[in-house]
Design a protein around this ligand. Sequence first.
Ligand code: FES
Ligand code: FES
Length: 152
Amino acid sequence: MRYEIEVNGQPRIVDVPEDMPLLWVLRDMLGLTGTKFGCGIAQCGACTVQLDGFPVRSCQFPMEQFDGQKVTTVEGLSPDRSHPLQKAWIEGQVPQCGYCQSGMLMAAEALLREKPQPSDADIDDAITNLCRCGTYPRIRRAIRVAAGMPPA
Ligand code: FES
Ligand code: FES
């Protein structure tokens, strides 16, 4: 099936099976490997991208559900790591292995658009992604920094 998709502001065309998950389209067809495959069952959030600004787990989003939504991946946050979240992530040395972090960033970006000054409870409620390295405290701190709030 042929799909016309806008990814990170760029129109793209793919011809893929309808049951292919969006994650495969992004990584294998379009070469956008910033988004990661973790569990494959919508539990870990490593594959989080945004559809029309809302975070979704792309490993469990088959293309037959695609309906013209604009797709944003971690590569679309900024071309030069200048997004406030990217800067806060780098400044706070948030990642350890890094595997979960692109999904975390996409969930955090959606949260800050909805709640520009989130509490820790807001962060915990909104970001259910898993980090096996346990970087949650640094993630919360970086989100506060990106939001212009005191870090702690
Ligand atoms: S890989 Fe999609 S939620 Fe884990
Ligand atoms: S930094 Fe390693 S899984 Fe999160």
